[in-house]
Design a protein around this ligand. Structure first.
Ligand SMILES: NC(=O)c1ccc[n+]([C@@H]2O[C@H](COP(=O)([O-])OP(=O)(O)OC[C@H]3O[C@@H](n4cnc5c(N)ncnc54)[C@H](OP(=O)(O)O)[C@@H]3O)[C@@H](O)[C@H]2O)c1
Length: 177
């Protein structure tokens, strides 16, 4: 059981550029067609919790809703998700610890936590157990940062780092309790 981050960043630590664009994530196609471990990772979670910012970005993609797992959209401003996502996604709000407890009680025990502000809030609350961070070989100079202020230091245990054939470098950490 745990709350996991699986996210790509620029080498200088941004998850999107200052306009929210993530086109640079797809500039390094893999010669062997590897997906950076995403399909293996997504099998390990029961549901996603994502911030409204990430939800709106994904909703704007010119493709089908990409998630096979239930998505909970963290928002204090949205009332409902897009009608096309009925049954696939829902809005949640409130205290993060309580949200996680409620979802765990409903059987969603392994949660994929996504979105910069959302990940930062979960880290501040001590609610992240694992981080899998894939660095893309690009410097953006500015943008939306993955990490931000913390209430306390977060100590990590490094489990593994692998380099993919397209130059992406992925490190896997657990959070020391
Ligand atoms: N590189 C990658 O792999 C990757 C992955 C995911 C996302 N992204 C990019 O990251 C950007 C979005 O990230 P973001 O940092 O702007 O936002 P985010 O975490 O996706 O969304 C933040 C929003 O979530 C809502 N929220 C409600 N309760 C919250 C809480 N306790 N803590 C934090 N948020 C809460 C708020 O919306 P309300 O105002 O509605 O309350 C807040 O504005 C997008 O551009 C997306 O494309 C990149």
């Amino acid at each position: 059981m745990g709350n996991k981050v699986f996210i790509a960043t620029s080498l200088d630590g941004f998850i999107a550029d200052k306009n929210g664009n993530i086109d640079w994530l797809h500039e390094n196609p893999s010669p062997s067609g590897n997906d950076g471990g995403y399909s293996d990772f997504i099998q390990t979670v029961d549901a996603l919790i994502m911030g409204r910012g990430t939800y709106e970005t994904v909703l704007g993609f010119d493709c089908e809703w990409p998630y096979s797992k239930k998505v909970f959209v963290l928002s204090n401003s949205l009332k409902e998700v897009d009608p096309s996502l009925k049954g696939k996604a829902e809005v949640i709000t409130g205290n993060l610890r309580q949200i996680v407890k409620d979802l765990n009680d409903q059987g969603y025990r392994n949660l994929y936590i996504d979105g910069g502000k959302t990940i930062q809030s979960f880290l501040r609350e001590g609610l992240i157990d694992e981080l899998i961070i894939t660095q893309v070989p690009i410097l953006l100079g500015n943008g939306i940062p993955l990490f931000g202020e913390l209430s306390d230091r977060v100590r990590l245990k490094h489990l593994d780092t692998k380099a993919f054939d397209n130059g992406l470098v992925q490190s896997h950490y657990t959070v020391k309790m």
